[in-house]
Design a protein. Structure first.
Lengths: 130, 743
């Protein structure tokens, strides 16, 4: 059963999802950086940007980031249920984010440079292009 | 129609359908398992629960009266099941910087076989005895049930399993292992079932085609039915049903199926179905399991180690104080070591005791099981007799339900209980217990009704007398024999009093007694009293008429049938025959050993003539010996003395006749003497009584008199010695006898 691991089968979906998930945390942090946010709103915003994430996956991630001191939260009373946790970025988180942003920028440039031949750089598909 | 319950969820009261609540509970439980080794597990779960509560609130606000299955399923779909975000999670984690993540990603490309396993532990979380099987299962990553069954098999087959188990129990350290490591569990598959989904569940566990276990279960059953039908049509075998239910192989598998049905839980929820099929075996799941294990192991091992250390230190402290205070530091160390050793030993002894008691309990349980099986076997053994016992459809029906429910249900229930115990089925289905109890009570009731209705069939009793005309034996001596019967005796596996043998259409009873009495005249008379019970008078009389008992005579030899047979259609109603041989005074009779051997009872009664069935049967049957000549005297049967016997053999019949007469006369004289003596005694007693009462002295002495002639048979007649009437009656005997001789 696990023998398949010896000769890794590269299936397209797996690679795709890996690529997507790789930037997931970066995206989440960038949303939170823009202001206080409620997790399910966060999911909605990501969904509207065509980046799907399951809420069940988001909560552990937020908790981990919070425990790492990158995020903090405050309770907001809600009339449709229990009090809501609104997440906000800490200074440490901001630092962490700018670090990530720089890395991303470098990575994007590198990827862009490598994937686009010099002749064909009119494409504007890369959203991080300044 | 669904039951709605109120739950307190995240501080809010939520009306929810019970089934929806089950789904929700299972979902949260699966999350809890999934995040088992996550640092902020409780917080994560809490956050998710909070979100779910919010969504519930929204749904209720929209106007729905309660949370339904659909609501919950919808919410779960949007939140994602652990299975769904397992892979996502792994990769999200891998993004979270640090070297730990590096190593994680590297796992991804390592085959699971090379991945280090946890150490072999006894599982504290999943145990029946010591958790050895649970630990092994989690080490080997298989269903503990399988390990347990294998262990049980080894134990039953060779007994080595028990030793091995105890050894492992002592050797292996225990630790609570999480159950998530098992990838597959044995479930019944409700989606693809014919009877209960046992076969399909087994098939999906072992990854084989469904028809394989199905065929295994069904084939013996089918062949059993077929052979039963064939037997029934060609050999007119009567019992069709037992043919396939109790036929050795098919029956075993039938029982196995029923037991598995009861033991294996049904895969109801989606996650259970996933467990049944086994998780998707892709890299991520394997990696995940390993990660969970390793992380869990570290913290648990630390925790366990800490606990153990504390305990050991505590003991070590005591030890150190008592033994050596100066080298306390050293003592602590020593104590640590010594105590951990001693602790082990104590624990081992404790385990031995536990095992011992469990063994005793097991033996008792096993004995009970055997007893039940024996009862059932006996029931089945007696079953061929049912045609002779039972009347009509209802009694047959009741007999079947008694056998199956009253005796069969406890057997199956017991086996089920044992296997459930072995398999450690967690949530016992209480309905199984209720069902078994209900069925058994039904069996009990039918047993009661059956007993009552059978008893009713024995209500009335009838008696009939049949005289057999016999030729008087030429030598005045009758020899009674019971010849070997023509009926072959078989079916010795059970023995019932009075039943000699049986075939499908006849039952041979040897409920025959022999009774010797004194003849009222000077000739031998033979007659038979036939008895039978019946549901009413006329039925009993009919049953009596059915008894066909034969007595043959070959000159002086009287041949009694060994028994009588009941033909098919006649019911067994405790029919019995009592053969009465009236022996005239002065004549002799020899009861050969065959009578003693082959008849059910035989009795001697020295009374005159006719007798009633409630006559006192208490006779000197202990004094009786077979193959010995007895002579009838006025006082009863007397043993003919050895010398006389030898004389008799030399003399002719007349001489022996005369001897008998002389002897009889002599006995009469003896009686007269005794009579005189007794009279004298009576006078003495009278005198004694007439004396003034003297309280100071007690000088009455009972005088005991013995008869000079101490023939053993005389004792029989005890108490009848002074019976004048009897004397008178018997005095006619010799006279008539002489007349007969003259003729």
């Amino acid at each position: 059963m696990s023998g398949s691991a010896k000769t890794p089968v590269m299936d397209i979906q797996n690679t795709q999802s890996q690529m997507r998930k790789g930037v997931l945390e970066f995206c989440i942090l960038s949303i939170i950086r823009q202001g206080e946010v409620y997790p399910s709103d966060l999911v909605e915003r990501m969904k509207s940007a065509n980046l799907h994430i399951l809420e069940g996956t988001l909560y552990p991630l937020l908790t981990r980031l919070k425990n790492a001191g990158l995020l903090t939260y405050r309770w907001v009373e809600s009339n449709s249920g229990p009090p809501r946790k609104y997440f906000v970025m800490t200074d440490k988180g901001l630092e962490f984010y700018s670090e990530l942003e720089r890395t991303w920028q470098e990575l994007a440039d590198a990827v862009h440079a490598l994937t686009r031949p010099a002749s064909d750089n009119t494409s504007d598909e890369n959203p991080t292009q300044p | 129609m669904k039951k709605v319950i109120n739950i307190n969820f995240q501080g809010r009261v939520i009306p929810i359908e019970e089934s929806a609540y089950d789904i929700l509970k299972q979902y949260v439980e699966s999350l809890r398992r999934f995040f088992a080794n996550e640092e902020g597990r409780d917080e994560i779960i809490n956050d998710i629960e909070g979100r779910i509560a919010e969504l519930f609130g929204e749904s209720l606000k929209k106007g729905s009266t309660c949370i339904t299955d659909d609501d919950v399923n919808h919410i779960i779909a949007s939140m994602g099941r652990p299975e769904d975000f397992e892979d996502e999670e792994g990769k999200v984690q891998s993004q979270l910087g640090g070297e730990e993540k590096q190593s994680r990603t590297s796992y991804q490309y390592e085959p699971a076989n090379d991945a280090p396993r946890g150490r072999l532990y006894r599982d504290d979380n999943d145990k029946i005895l010591g958790g050895v099987c649970g630990g092994l299962a989690s080490y080997l990553r298989i269903d503990p049930t399988i390990v347990r069954l294998v262990f049980a098999l080894i134990s039953f087959a060779a007994g080595g399993g028990i030793l091995l188990y105890i050894l492992l129990w002592i050797i292996l350290p225990s630790k609570p292992l999480s159950n998530t490591s098992t990838t597959k569990r044995l479930y019944r598959n409700p989606d693809e079932k014919v009877v209960a989904g046992v076969a399909s569940g087994i098939a999906s566990y072992f990854d084989i085609a469904i028809w394989v276990p199905r065929l295994i279960f069904a084939l013996p059953l089918v062949t059993g039915i077929l052979t039963s039908i064939v037997r029934k049509t060609f050999w007119f075998d009567d019992d069709f049903f037992p043919g396939f239910v109790f036929g050795s192989f098919g029956g075993t598998l039938f029982v196995v199926y029923v037991v598995l049905w009861a033991v294996i839980p049904e895969a109801k929820s989606a996650s259970e179905k996933l467990e049944m099929r086994g998780e998707k075996v892709d890299l991520n799941t394997i990696k995940n399991t390993i990660q969970e294990d390793l992380e869990g192991f570290k913290s648990r091992a630390e925790k366990w180690g800490g606990e153990f250390k504390d305990k050991a230190q505590q003991f070590g402290h005591e030890f150190g104080q008592t033994v050596n205070q100066k080298t306390q530091q050293f003592g602590k160390e020593a104590g640590y070591v010594a105590h951990s050793g001693g602790n082990r030993l104590l624990r081992a002894i404790g385990i031995m005791f536990k095992a011992f008691f469990l063994f005793i309990a097991g033996v008792i349980a096993f004995a009970l099981l055997v007893a039940l099986l024996a009862l059932m076997a006996a029931g089945i053994g007696v079953f061929p007799l049912k045609n002779f016992f039972l009347e009509g459809f209802w009694q047959n029906f009741l007999a079947w339900s008694t056998l199956l429910l009253f005796l069969g249900v406890p057997v199956i229930a017991f086996i089920t209980w044992v296997i459930r115990r072995i398999m450690g089925v967690r949530s016992g289905n209480k309905y199984i217990g209720f069902t078994f109890a209900g069925l058994w009570v039904m069996g009990l009731i039918s047993a009661g009704i059956l007993a009552a209705s059978i008893a009713q069939n024995f209500d009335a009793r009838a008696r009939d007398k049949q005289d057999y005309s016999i030729v008087q034996p030429s030598h005045g001596k009758l020899i009674v024999k019971v010849p070997e019967s023509k009926v072959k005796v078989y079916g010795r596996f059970f023995k019932m009093d009075g039943i000699l043998s049986m075939t499908d259409d006849s039952l041979f009873l040897n409920n025959v007694r022999l009774h010797l009495v004194k003849s009222t005249d000077s000739t031998f008379h033979v007659n038979a009293y036939k008895y039978s019970h019946g549901s009413d008078e006329s039925n009993a009389v009919n049953n009596v008429k059915e008894i066909n008992y034969g007595i043959n005579q070959d000159d002086s030899v009287l041949l009694l049938d060994r028994g009588f047979s009941l033909q098919r259609g006649t019911k067994f109603r405790n029919q019995s025959v009592t053969v009465t041989i009236q022996v005239p005074v002065g004549k002799r009779i020899v009861i050969t050993g065959s009578v003693n051997r082959r008849l059910n009872y035989f009795h001697i009664n020295s009374r005159n003539g006719d007798w009633d069935f409630d006559d006192d049967w208490n006779n000197n049957w202990e004094n009786w010996s077979s193959d010995v000549e007895y002579v009838m005297t006025a006082g009863g049967l007397e043993r003919v003395k050895k010398e006389q016997v030898s004389e008799d053999e030399n003399n002719d019949g007349n001489n022996s006749e005369k001897d008998a007469i002389e002897k009889y006369k002599k006995s009469k004289e003896d009686l007269k003497k005794e009579y005189d003596k007794k009279q004298k005694e009576a006078e003495d007693l009278k005198k004694e009584l007439e004396k003034p009462l003297d309280t100071t002295r007690y000088h009455y002495q009972k005088s005991v008199s013995y008869i000079e002639n101490t023939d053993p048979a005389k004792f029989q007649a005890n108490g009848r010695k002074n019976n004048n009437e009897e004397l008178d009656l018997s005095s006619e005997g010799p006279a008539a006898l002489m007349i007969m001789q003259m003729i």
